[in-house]
Design a protein. Structure first.
Length: 255
C-alpha cells in the first residue's frame, strides 16, 4: 500500500533528509587514505546523535539477511555495489566508495547515497560516478505528477545502458516515509508509460546503481549483506529521497 503524504509530512521528511545530507557530507569529508570504514560509521553516528535522529539501518533485518545490519551506514568499496558492512578495512588510494545512509526523525525517514573516490581517481571511476549521478538526475526529472513508475525506470536505465553499464535487476528504488522501505518498488530499468501513476504526496527513494563491467550479474558476499559485481568490476550508487508534488520533484535529502 502506498501512503500519500500531506504537505506537512513532506516538510517533516525534509528535516530527516537534512540530517542524512549532513551525515553523508561529514563522512565524505572524513574519508581519506588510511581511514577505516568503521571510523566513517562512527562519524555518521555522531551526526545522527547530535540531531536527535535514529538510524533505520541499524538492526534492520529483511528477509534475505541472516543477521541484523550492524551499522548506520552502508559502506561499499570498489566491486561492492550496495549494502557493504563497515569493517576495519582502511581506505586506499584510488578506492571507489559508495556510502548509503538513512535517518529517522519525528517519525519520518530520509534515505540517500553518494559515491566518490578516495585519493587519486581513475578516469573510468569518475565516468562511472558521473553517469550514475546523471541517471539519478534523469530519474528525478521524470518524477512528475501524472507520470508513471516506468517513466522513472526508463530514464535511469537509458542513461546506464547508453554508457554500457550493467544494472542489477533485483534492486532499485522504493517508497519511503514512516519506514525506510515502503511501496512501490522503483526499478532502475524499464519501459515508459508502465506501472503506478505518480500522485502529489508520494515519496520515493530513487537510487541508480551501475556496474562498470556491463553485465547485470552480482553475487552476495559471505557476510550475507554485501552485493558484489560478479566479474569484479567496480560499481557506483547514488540516491535521493524525492517527493512528487504539483510543483515538480522536491528533493528532500539535500543539505
Amino acid at each position: 500500500m502506498v501512503e500519500i503524504k500531506t504537505d506537512a509530512a513532506l516538510d517533516a521528511m525534509r528535516e530527516a533528509g537534512r540530517v542524512v545530507a549532513d551525515a553523508l557530507d561529514a563522512v565524505r569529508r572524513t574519508a581519506a587514505v588510511g581511514v577505516s570504514l568503521r571510523e566513517l560509521d562512527e562519524v555518521a553516528r555522531e551526526v545522527l546523535r547530535e540531531a536527535g535522529a535514529d538510524s533505520p539501518f541499524l538492526g534492520y533485518r529483511p528477509g534475505f539477511a541472516a543477521t541484523p545490519f550492524p551499522a548506520v551506514i552502508c559502506a561499499s568499496v570498489n566491486d561492492a555495489v550496495v549494502h557493504g558492512i563497515p569493517t576495519g578495512y582502511r581506505l586506499r588510494d584510488g578506492d571507489l566508495v559508495s556510502i548509503d545512509c538513512g535517518a529517522e526523525l519525528g517519525g519520518w525517514t530520509g534515505d540517500a547515497a553518494v559515491s566518490f573516490v578516495v585519493g587519486t581517481p581513475a578516469p573510468a571511476d569518475l565516468a562511472l560516478i558521473e553517469t550514475t549521478e546523471r541517471a539519478l538526475a534523469a530519474g528525478i526529472e521524470a518524477a512528475l505528477v501524472g507520470a508513471r513508475i516506468g517513466d522513472i525506470s526508463h530514464a535511469i536505465g537509458s542513461v546506464g545502458r547508453a554508457a554500457g553499464y550493467g544494472i542489477p535487476a533485483d534492486f532499485g528504488g522504493h517508497g519511503v516515509g514512516r519506514g525506510m522501505h515502503e511501496d512501490p518498488h522503483v526499478p532502475n530499468d524499464g519501459r515508459p508509460g508502465r506501472g503506478m501513476v505518480l500522485r502529489h504526496g508520494m515519496v520515493l527513494a530513487i537510487e541508480p546503481m551501475f556496474l562498470a563491467g556491463g553485465r547485470d550479474h552480482y553475487r552476495t558476499a559471505p557476510d550475507g549483506w554485501t552485493l558484489l559485481t560478479h566479474d569484479g568490476s567496480r560499481a557506483a550508487h547514488a540516491e535521493h529521497t524525492v517527493a512528487i508534488t504539483e510543483d515538480g520533484p522536491r528533493i528532500l535529502t539535500l543539505p
